[in-house]
Design a protein around this ligand. Structure first.
Ligand code: SF4
Length: 500
């Protein structure tokens, strides 16, 4: 436990993280969650909210609780259920909690980089949790470093917190101090900030990462909940009210029936389309429907775009399954569960030895020969990033008796890295940036391969969703970046070649 006026940590840091086998996936940055409610177990509610958002980050978890003039903070490496237990939560009473699940995109995976960030100001302590990634972190670090600034982490989130601290210490109140700090930040940021004056929820001008809010208990009671996704509201019985809109600052005060809402930035909406395709939970609702429905629809579109004769459609669990069901519905080819996923494999586990790998050990996915043997299979996955696991999967399906393997991908080819809070490799590690469709098909040793078209991906979304960020498919980065940052990941393209 760490408090704003004294520090002690109840648990030893889990230093001995095991070697992680890097999954062949784009990986989510973080989940944020906050509860503002009098006489409620706000830490326990944050625990359950973070539990629902665990898919957004599994490296560390933290909760800060406001108790009169103190901020109680507990954070550590590991899953929410590993970092917190009832004894810890029982010590964290108060009326405002700020929670965070982390997966590192900026800053290494260490407990000092876990969030929330808690800092002191002349108006009291505040706690900040961030999902996203700044593209001007280097410049912001220079701006907030007044020579006395004591950086304790290597994250861009701490820089946002220092910007808030300096604005408030410079004489501004919480609302205008936060707004002043936001104007120094460029990039993707969905933020929850707990202060003595209430709870703030903010999205960057483009709305790259999602953020929603709802109420707890009776409407009008003034008990508010903010979450990265609607599944975080539902797990604690909160009712969805609205999205925090792109470029919006929402200020919730305890007991206030309506929050204060202000548009602080006016950029075009560019929600990350990968949130819809893969990152967010399928039961979370975007634009009035569950992502399960959207993902089924892109499966239907994929079936129309790249039909093939086969006996069975299977999905790569879990994220490929709704699209596989949609593909099956559209094509009339039966759907079956052909792959079983070990649900207990976390982000960190011991790498199988070379001998184990050669023996075909399958840590995460195991095919069902009873289902697959003698069948021509269409296998649906949400994306191919490096292509490392897709090839192994094809081998496993053939070993299980599949006579043909046709791979269909429910997103366009990932050709460019992300700078907005998703962990991607440099461009040369992305298989679709190096190889043609035919070369990837041969590399994966599949009988046929097709991706969803970009038009199909966008058309499947509801009209009111507006435009998306789809830069990892088309290089159309919505937020301007300096050449140095671009070049850090764009290793295939000549320097100076940018869209913006
Ligand atoms: S570059 Fe790709 S992963 Fe990153 S925000 Fe844009 S669509 Fe999402």
């Amino acid at each position: 436990m760490q408090t704003s006026d004294g520090f002690l940590n109840r648990r030893p840091v889990q230093q001995q993280q095991l070697v992680a086998e890097r999954p062949d996936r784009m990986e989510e940055a973080c989940g944020v969650f906050a509860v503002l409610a009098a006489e409620q177990p706000v830490a326990n509610l944050a625990y359950f909210g973070l539990y629902a958002l665990q898919h957004r980050g599994q490296e560390s978890a933290g909760i800060a609780v406001f108790n009169q003039d103190k901020v109680l903070l507990h954070k550590d490496m590991g899953l929410v259920s590993q970092v917190f237990d009832q004894d810890v939560l029982a010590l964290m009473s108060g009326d405002l909690s700020i929670g965070h699940n982390r997966y590192s995109t900026t800053g290494s995976s260490r407990v000092c980089n876990a969030q929330p960030v808690v800092l002191m100001t002349r108006l009291g302590a505040f706690a900040l949790a961030h999902n996203g990634n700044l593209v001007n972190a280097k410049e912001l670090r220079v701006l907030v470093d007044d020579g006395k600034t004591e950086f304790t982490s290597t994250t861009d989130s701490e820089l946002i917190a220092f910007a808030v601290q300096q604005a408030v210490n410079g004489g501004l109140d919480w609302r205008s101090g936060i707004e002043a700090a936001l104007k120094l930040c460029q990039g993707a940021f969905s933020l929850v900030i707990g202060t003595p004056a209430g709870l703030f929820a903010i999205r960057d001008g483009y709305g790259i990462r999602p953020l929603v809010f709802g109420f707890l208990g009776e409407q009008g009671l003034g008990h508010w909940v903010v979450s990265s996704e609607t599944c975080g509201l539902e797990i604690i019985g909160a009712r969805y009210v609205d999205d925090v809109q792109p470029g919006e600052l929402v200020h919730f005060e305890l007991g206030s029936a309506e929050p204060f809402r202000k548009r602080w930035s006016d950029e075009p909406n560019r929600l990350c389309v990968f949130e819809m395709i893969y990152f967010a939970r399928p039961d979370s609702r975007f634009f009035g429907e569950s992502l399960y429905s959207y993902r089924q629809r892109i499966g239907r579109t994929l079936a129309k775009e790249s039909a093939v004769d086969a006996d069975l459609v299977i999905g790569v669990p879990d994220s490929g399954i709704p699209a596989a069901i949609g593909f099956s519905q559209e094509s009339g080819i039966p759907y079956a569960d052909g792959l079983i996923k070990n649900r207990y494999v976390g982000r960190t586990f011991i790498q199988p030895t070379q001998a184990m790998r050669e023996a075909g050990i399958r840590v995460k996915l195991n095919p069902l020969p009873d289902v697959l043997s003698g069948k021509r299979i269409i296998v649906i996955d949400d994306s191919i990033v490096r292509g490392t696991t897709s090839g192994k999967l094809v081998v496993a399906l053939r070993d299980a008796g599949a006579t043909e393997v046709h791979m269909r991908i429910s997103s366009p080819p990932v050709t460019h890295p992300c700078f907005y809070g998703i962990d991607t490799d440099t461009q040369d590690q992305l298989i679709a940036s190096r190889l043609t469709l035919e070369e990837i098909k041969n590399h994966l040793k599949v009988d046929s391969l097709a991706y969803l078209s970009k038009e199909g991906m966008v058309e499947a979304a509801k009209a009111e969703s507006g435009n998306f960020c789809s830069a990892c498919f088309d290089r159309n980065y919505p937020i301007p970046m300096d050449q140095e940052l671009l070049s850090s990941k764009l290793t295939l393209e000549p320097s100076g070649s940018t869209n913006r």
